[in-house]
Design a protein around this ligand. Structure first.
Ligand SMILES: [Zn+2]
Length: 124
C-alpha cells in the first residue's frame, strides 16, 4: 500500500486513537509526552500537509518558512534538538495512517457461528 493512500486515510478518529496510544507509550517519558501534546495542539493551528512520507509545516513565527519532517527527522532549518513537536507530529500522523488501514478483527466463519449458537443452546 502506498504511503499516499496511508495519508489519505487519516481523519479525526484515527488521530485521536493514535494520540491515546502514544500518550500511553510515553507515560514515563515527559519530554516526548510534552512534545506530543504540543504537536496535537499545533497541528490544529498550523498549516501543514502530509503525503505519507513528508510532513510540511508552515512556521508560525517566520512568515513563508516551512519545516520539512521525514522519518529521518527535521530539515536543517530546524534548530530544535531531541524529541520536539515537529517529530511528534510526524509520528502522530504516521501512527494514525497505520491505524486507519489496519484490517478489522477477523469475524467468525459461518461454521464457527453455528457452533457457538449450538453451544449456547446446549446451556438451556
Ligand atoms: Zn523540528
Amino acid at each position: 500500500m502506498s504511503n499516499a493512500i496511508l495519508a489519505q486515510s487519516i481523519n479525526r478518529t484515527t488521530v485521536g486513537h493514535a494520540l491515546r496510544i502514544l500518550r500511553r507509550e510515553y507515560a514515563h517519558n515527559a519530554t516526548a509526552l510534552n512534545a506530543l501534546n504540543k504537536a496535537s495542539v499545533e497541528l490544529s493551528m498550523t498549516i501543514w500537509s502530509f503525503d505519507g512520507e513528508t510532513l510540511v509545516l508552515e512556521s508560525r513565527t517566520t512568515i513563508g518558512h516551512k519545516y520539512t519532517v521525514t522519518a529521518q527527522g527535521c530539515d536543517g532549518s530546524c534548530k530544535a534538538r531531541g524529541s520536539h513537536w515537529h517529530l511528534q507530529a510526524f509520528e502522530l500522523l504516521m501512527r494514525a495512517a497505520r491505524i486507519a488501514v489496519q484490517p478489522a478483527k477477523p469475524r467468525m466463519t459461518d461454521e464457527q457461528y453455528a457452533a457457538a449458537v449450538a453451544a449456547c443452546d446446549d446451556l438451556f
